[in-house]
Design a binder for this molecule. Structure first.
Ligand SMILES: C[S@@+](CC[C@H](N)C(=O)[O-])C[C@H]1O[C@@H](n2cnc3c(N)ncnc32)[C@H](O)[C@@H]1O
Length: 343
């Protein structure tokens, strides 16, 4: 039996088994476009981000507008917002709107540049287990009305998502963690925001030599930031090879160069955004230690305005296993670190 999906359509296409006839591809696309125009395209000049896909996103938008504006209304059907407040401030801070009064928000600029809603700036430096979503951190910073006079604290800072996001927003922060690899990553994300462009200029043959030097444990560099960066890229490369054979054709050195260039590219994009939006980054203070010994930490004397954290759930996440390569490389006893983990 033949069923006609759309009796009006002129050009039919039969399904593979000839059981139905569909409208033409063009007709389907046209109908979809109308549907999208009716229900999804925002109607207004202060509009939702295209990354707003769940009801939770709507809640987050609501939360951050409470902190960013004097008053506001959200129209979820037409995907628009009306608000009273400082337009320019909202445009630079908001994490859920694509446009404010017709102008692209900074967050939309980041998403466009990095083609991702969370892997912008150096957030994607290295895959750390149990990482926070940067967009959530930004939302909470907005909801708490924090500004450049505030101090944010993350007692379980891990790879530094909170501190990095705070730095990008020009807000001071302190991050503590007990995992050495987390500390290295958090410090590096911070350092890379302030490094001079030419420091990241390496030729392919220099990168090849660096890879070999690291492999034979002879790698040294007078700039500790470059020293650390190359090690992190090396660990990430070796780890990728242990996990999958899909990079075999590239070879370890090929992948090392690719990963380094990815980070260099992140640097260039981050600096372009900084320039375009006139941003001022703030440096974060990263402390290695057991949070239970906070009272004894001489470095931690400041009072903070907000604590944004994602606590450990050690029973389900292995924070050090992923970085075994790094710990073996430095001869660090993982068990000693793990014994201090909070569950
Ligand atoms: C869920 S992760 C945090 C991840 C972080 N939000 C990020 O984006 O990378 C929890 C962190 O708690 C840390 N942790 C566990 N026990 C700790 C302790 N006693 N003192 C300080 N940090 C600890 C772990 O090292 C881990 O990095």
């Amino acid at each position: 039996m033949t069923r006609h999906i759309s009796p009006q359509s002129q050009v039919k296409q039969a399904t593979m088994f000839g059981t139905y006839e569909f409208p033409s591809y063009g007709e389907i696309m046209e109908a979809y476009t109308k549907e999208f125009a009716n229900y999804i395209l925002p109607k207004g000049d202060t509009t939702f981000g295209f990354w707003m896909q769940t009801l939770a996103d709507l809640e987050f938008l609501d939360l951050e507008l409470q902190g960013l504006t004097e008053e506001y209304t959200i129209d979820p059907i037409n995907r628009v917002v009306k608000f009273k407040g400082n337009e320019e401030f909202v445009r630079l801070r908001v994490a859920h709107l694509e446009k404010v009064r017709g102008k692209t928000t900074l967050y939309a600029g980041l998403v466009d540049k990095f083609d991702d809603t969370n892997a912008y700036a150096f957030h994607n430096l290295y895959p750390y287990n149990g990482k926070f979503y940067p967009r959530l951190v930004r939302t909470l910073i907005n909801a708490f009305k924090l500004n450049h006079n505030s101090l944010i604290f993350d007692p379980f800072n891990g790879s530094g998502t909170t501190t990095h996001e705070a730095s990008l927003m020009g807000i001071k922060s302190v991050g503590i963690d007990i995992t050495p690899m987390g500390i290295t990553l958090a410090e590096l994300k911070n350092d890379l925001l302030f490094i001079e462009k030419q420091k990241l200029d390496f030729t392919t043959s220099e990168l090849q030599d660096i890879f070999e030097l690291i492999k034979s444990k002879k790698w040294q560099h007078p700039d500790s930031r470059i020293h650390k960066l190359m090690l992190v890229v090396y660990f990430d490369t070796v780890d990728a090879f242990v996990r999958t054979s899909k990079y075999n054709a590239k070879g370890e050195i090929g992948l090392f160069i690719e990963k380094f260039n990815y980070i260099k590219n992140c640097y260039e994009k981050t600096m372009e955004i900084k320039e375009k939006y006139g941003l001022k980054f703030e440096s974060a203070h990263i402390i290695e230690g057991d949070i239970l010994e906070l009272k004894n930490m001489s470095e931690m004397k400041e009072k903070f305005d907000a604590c944004i954290t994602s606590p450990p759930y050690y029973f389900s996440i292995d924070y050090v296993g992923k970085d075994k390569i790094a710990y073996d490389y430095f001869g660090i006893d993982i068990k000693k670190i793990e014994s201090k983990y909070l569950e």
